[in-house]
Design a protein around this ligand. Structure first.
Ligand SMILES: Cc1cc2nc3c(=O)[nH]c(=O)nc-3n(C[C@H](O)[C@H](O)[C@H](O)COP(=O)(O)OP(=O)(O)OC[C@H]3O[C@@H](n4cnc5c(N)ncnc54)[C@H](O)[C@@H]3O)c2cc1C
Length: 474
């Protein structure tokens, strides 16, 4: 016998987006329920942002000890205790997960349901075979799952994903990381710094999501110096080899290679958790990628009073977007349920980061070599603060339109996480380069590097405007 329940708003998925959606809907006065099929605790805290950064923090400590010689400091006998590294990771990770649950404890039982939700129609959800939920509006916040590419399927525990990686008892001796995007390169570099022999293979031409050619080339060189990195390479087959894996792959020139590794990490992307949740039964219009058509401003899907937020919409699969989209979707779901108009504010300026050393960041309008833009560049090789710390790699490329309005940029270098925020806010506020240049920059900081790139744009613009006003320009 199915239990029958009625809510204004039903939220599917108790991840970052779903929790934010439920809170926003409840704050707007809706009677709402949050439905979760798994252990909860969020992807970010349990298997994503936090454990990956914990692994990288341990790697940075090992690397710092090994490279202290640069400063005249002798550290001998650096040893990595794999179980201890992973033990601390899990202890701290568990604290973050517990923090998520602590935030949910004050909720009444009626606000949460355990089970897998599936739409029966555009107004009804079935939760497993025990509960039927009628709703006025629903939020799909089901997150995403790692993709395991075809050659790696069927190899059991030899193949890791980020869902299983942080549970291993010890570090493997050898690891192939398939995929050199944000997740793949972060883990590949961390593992290499922890003493694992890492081979990273990616079918594309760039690392860490960078596309500006000079930064992308520098990134490939920098990371390639620490691990065996192959771009433009394709895995042909993977077979068990004892407890490990034997990978047959071809490099960018078509030459065949075989690599044996104790473990392979599939880091080739994530796909939204939308299979089997009955999107068609709900009457949604499904796009080619399998994601429902939705308005990125209001997050309302076409065809039913259903909204989508976070990794489930595959639009900007990062934490701050999941949180913001969740809040927006929850508030708008409450509005739909109450018959009020929804809000549709402009999306945030896009911001993506990779926490390798050097860090990478991609901000705002993507790099486009054919667009009519002015580019400002600086390299960290001779930048004061970067040299002081022995971290003088990479650079900054930012672009503006011909009026000097900042549009976007890419960065590779020390502490660019902070510079990326600064640029993001400048773009969001529609600031011209002149205004960004005319701000204090303490010395010696990497912020001065951003100032140099901005100044280059300003100088190019002023040269081209004085050129424009003269008959002849050299
Ligand atoms: C290794 C790794 C590192 C990362 N690092 C960063 C980083 O440094 N910075 C950053 O910004 N982002 C990072 N991310 C991305 C970030 O973690 C995600 O963008 C974010 O956690 C997505 O949140 P979400 O709420 O959309 O999904 P989730 O937190 O995954 O929540 C979705 C929930 O829905 C549940 N669910 C699914 N289907 C159903 C169903 N049918 N019924 C009921 N429940 C269901 C799932 O069990 C899950 O609990 C990283 C991701 C990974 C994997």
């Amino acid at each position: 016998m199915m239990r029958e329940l009625d809510y204004d708003v039903a939220v599917i998925g108790a991840g970052t987006a779903g929790i934010a959606a439920h809170r926003a809907a409840a704050a707007a006065g809706a009677h709402c329920v949050l439905i979760e099929r798994g252990p909860g605790g969020t992807t970010c805290a349990r298997v994503g942002c936090m454990p990956s950064k914990l692994l990288m923090a341990a790697a940075a400590a090992a690397h710092g000890a090994r490279s202290a010689g640069l400063f005249g400091i002798r550290v001998s006998g650096v040893a990595v205790d794999g179980p201890a590294v992973l033990g601390r990771l899990r202890t701290e990770r568990d604290r973050f997960v517990a923090g998520v649950f602590a935030g949910l404890e004050e909720w009444p039982d009626s606000a949460r349901l355990a089970g897998s939700a599936r739409f029966e129609d555009g107004r009804t959800l079935a939760i497993d075979d025990h509960t039927r939920v009628r709703f006025r509006a629903a939020v799909v916040a089901t997150g995403s799952s790692p993709i395991v590419p075809e050659p790696l399927q069927g190899l059991g525990a030899r193949v890791l994903t980020t869902d299983t990686l942080f549970e291993i008892p010890d570090l493997p001796d050898t690891l192939v990381v398939l995929g050199a995007g944000a997740v793949g390169i972060e883990i590949a570099q961390a593992m290499a710094r922890l003493g694992v022999a890492v081979t990273a293979i990616d079918a594309g031409d760039t690392v860490a999501g960078l596309s500006e050619p000079d930064l992308a080339r520098q990134a490939a060189e920098i990371f390639g110096a620490e691990l065996d990195l192959h771009l433009g390479a394709h895995v042909q087959a993977a077979t068990p080899d004892g407890d490990g894996v034997r990978l047959a792959w071809t490099d960018r020139h078509g030459a065949a290679h075989v690599t044996r590794a104790a473990r392979v990490l599939a880091a080739t992307g994530r796909s939204p958790n939308l299979d089997g949740i009955g999107l068609e039964a709900a009457g949604l219009s499904i796009g080619e990628s399998g994601v429902p058509e939705f308005d990125p401003r209001s997050l309302v899907c076409a065809g039913a009073p259903i909204l989508i937020a976070g990794d489930a919409d595959a639009w900007r699969p990062v934490l701050h977007e999941a949180s913001r989209q969740g809040r927006m979707a929850g508030a708008n779901a409450a509005a739909l349920a109450a018959g009020r108009p929804v809000e549709a504010p402009a999306p945030w300026t896009s911001l993506a980061m990779v926490f390798t050393h050097p860090q990478a960041a991609v901000i705002g309008a993507p790099y486009d070599p054919d667009a009519d833009r002015v580019i400002g560049a600086m390299n960290f090789s001779d930048q004061g603060r970067a040299r002081i710390e022995g971290r003088n790699w990479g650079g900054i490329r930012i672009w503006a339109d011909r009026t000097g309005r900042l549009l976007g940029g890419e960065m590779l270098g020390p502490a660019v996480e902070h510079l990326a925020h600064e640029l993001t806010y400048a773009i969001a506020e529609g600031l011209p380069v002149q205004d960004v240049e005319d701000r204090p920059k303490y010395h010696p900081t990497v912020e001065e590097g951003l100032g140099s790139a901005v100044t280059e744009i300003k100088q190019t613009l002023s040269r081209s405007s004085s050129c424009h006003n003269r008959t002849h320009c050299a």
